[in-house]
Write a new protein. Sequence first.
Length: 108
Amino acid sequence: MPLKTIADVKLTGRALVSGWLDKCDARKSQAVHDLFDVIENSADDEMKVKAFDALVRADKADVKREELALKKQALDDQRRLQLLAIIKHLPTGELAKIASDHKAAAAE
């Protein structure tokens, strides 16, 4: 759907920045395409500037979300490695005993 007003451009930019379209690649791609279309074809200079600004802000937000996801993955990997290091030093059967004790405590 072509963007016809500045409000349309702002709403589309907000959707991209907020990540509302992240789970739907086709819609996200269409939104980006619509903003580029405004930049290339609109006669309204203010709309062009708003569309460009929306694309820049969306890109920054995407980079920040990706950085956070990578940090979270690194922390998860570090925790797994720490657990593996601990498990290596446990006597045989001790892990099963800990798990069954935990399961019993959680049931209470």
